[in-house]
Each structure stands twice: as structure tokens, then as C-alpha cells.
Design a protein around this ligand. Structure first.
Ligand code: NDP
Length: 250
């Protein structure tokens, strides 16, 4: 019983790629997966020193590249597989916001968010799928948001990508499930990272009052959910969207 508890959600011997792992939630996920025993590749776009620091802390590999570009996304997966081995776990975490009301939203605001938050997950899932299918195992976790389920004024681009990720998750769960590849999504509420650092005090207070657990989330809250869904403890869970939001999105 105690051994089983100690081994719970162990990722010993597994290889993982976390996109956008240099900061915030992705950095916490990289640390958590490594603490569970995985070899972890930390992808980033521009924060080289932060990504290198995390990779060296966890004995992993920092991999530069824009996941919103199809060639770069493929190159990231190929490099990780050649240096760390075939991937058992893919966490599509990289994400950006370009918030504004729709009347003012530029084509660039729309296209950049779609590429980084949604197309990127398509590119990386496609890149890992063939080997995962052949090996009849694999776990993919896509980072969506409670905004993808509920919408949010000023975030038409972002909400569309997060809702799109849910459709991608459920479709891939159906496509890949009979070969042992599981695909799930985690939907954080408001988590204290750079993305949410600009929130006004008024919005913070509102969110706190609307959150039954009475606090904003920490990156580690999300990381533990990702670890669980990546592990064999979640062997019969696929196509699931797990809210990690203190009850905000109920
Ligand atoms: P941060 O802004 O703190 O970190 C974003 C990460 O994504 C960074 O590592 C960044 O790399 C990376 N990134 C951005 N663009 C690219 C790209 N084109 N290619 C590769 N990496 C890229 O964000 P959070 O940690 O807050 O968010 C992580 C994920 O969680 C996102 O998908 C976000 O939408 C989602 N989420 C966050 C919530 C929150 O409240 N914070 C709530 C719900 C969902 P670099 O450092 O090099 O720029």
C-alpha cells in the first residue's frame, strides 16, 4: 500500500516534451514531470536563459523553436526524439494572448494566436502520432482554458483557440484510442503567471469572489493534473477536459 502510494503517477522511464516550458505553467509542468521520473524536453520561443536554467535544474533538454510554425514544430519533435528517445508524453502548453474587442482585433492578432495556441498543437500531435500509434502507447495533454468553455469578452481569438483545442482533443482521443494513445485536456482557471499579471485589482477581486476555493491558482496546481493525466494511473481516461480552476467554471 505504501509502495503503491509512493509510486502514484510515476513517470519513471518515460520521455516528455513540454511546449512553452520556460515560464509559468509550462515550467511547473516540466519540473513536475521530471520529479515523477520523466526525461523532459523544455521547449521555448525566446526565453533561452530561463529554459536552459530549468533544463539544467531537472536534467532535461532545452529546445528552441516556434511551435506555431509547421517546420519548426516538426523539427522540435525530431530533435527531442533523436536526443532523448521516442516521446511517451506530449504537453501542448505554449500559449499567448492578444486581447482586444473584436471590432479592433487585427488580422495579425487573430492569426498569431491561432498559430501559437491551436495550429501548434495540430503540428506537434501530427508529428508524434505515427510513432505513438506504432508503439501502441502515448499520452497527450493539451492546455485549454476555462475561457474555451465559457468565452470571455476581449478574447475572441484566444477563446476560439481554446475551444478548438477541446475539439482537437476529443477527435484525437477517438482516432488514436484503439491503439492505446490517450488524449486529454486540462482547463485552468486563473493562474498566477505572466499572462495574468496585468489583471486589474477589480477583476482579481471578482475572480476571487467567484471561486469557491477562494484563491487564484498556482502553476503547480495545473502541473499535478498534467502529471496525473500523463501517467498510467489515468489509463482509462481519454477525451476528458479536466477543469483546474478552484470551482470557478462550474
Ligand atoms: P506564460 O506567458 O507564463 O508562458 C507562455 C509560455 O509559452 C512561455 O514559455 C513561452 O516561451 C511559450 N511560448 C509562447 N509562444 C510560443 C511559441 N510560438 N513557440 C514556443 N513557445 C511559445 O503563460 P502561462 O504559463 O500562463 O500559460 C501557459 C498555458 O496555459 C497557455 O496555453 C495558456 O493559454 C494556458 N492557460 C493559462 C491560464 C492562466 O491563468 N495563466 C489560464 C488558462 C489557460 P518564451 O518564454 O520563450 O516566450
Amino acid at each position: 500500500m505504501t509502495d503503491r502510494a509512493a509510486d502514484f503517477a510515476s513517470l519513471e522511464g518515460k520521455t516528455a516534451l513540454v511546449t512553452g516550458g520556460s515560464r509559468g505553467i509550462g515550467a511547473a509542468v516540466a519540473r513536475e514531470l521530471a520529479a515523477a521520473g520523466a526525461r523532459v524536453a523544455v521547449n521555448y520561443r525566446s526565453s533561452a536563459s530561463a529554459a536552459e536554467a530549468i533544463a539544467s535544474e531537472i536534467g532535461g533538454l532545452a529546445v528552441a523553436g516556434n511551435v506555431g510554425d509547421p517546420e519548426e514544430a516538426r523539427g522540435i519533435v525530431e530533435r527531442v526524439e533523436s536526443e532523448l528517445g521516442d516521446l511517451d508524453i506530449l504537453v501542448n502548453n505554449a500559449g499567448i494572448t492578444r486581447d482586444t474587442l473584436i471590432a479592433r482585433m487585427s488580422d495579425e492578432d487573430w492569426d498569431e494566436v491561432i498559430a501559437t495556441n491551436l495550429s501548434a498543437a495540430f503540428y506537434t500531435c501530427r508529428a508524434v502520432s505515427r510513432k505513438m500509434l506504432r508503439r501502441r502507447s502515448g499520452a497527450i495533454v493539451n492546455m485549454t482554458s476555462f475561457v474555451g468553455l465559457h468565452g470571455n469578452p476581449g478574447q475572441a481569438n484566444y477563446a476560439a483557440t481554446k475551444a478548438g483545442l477541446i475539439g482537437l482533443t476529443k477527435t484525437l482521443a477517438k482516432e488514436l484510442g484503439n491503439r492505446g494513445v490517450r488524449v486529454n485536456a486540462v482547463a485552468p482557471g486563473y493562474i498566477t503567471t505572466d499572462i495574468t499579471s496585468g489583471l486589474s485589482e477589480e477583476i482579481r477581486d471578482f475572480l476571487l469572489s467567484a471561486t469557491p476555493l477562494g484563491r487564484l491558482g498556482e502553476p503547480e496546481d495545473v502541473a499535478r493534473a498534467v502529471r496525473f493525466l500523463s501517467s498510467d494511473e489515468a489509463a482509462f481516461i481519454t477525451g476528458e477536459v479536466l477543469l483546474v480552476d478552484g470551482g470557478l467554471g462550474m
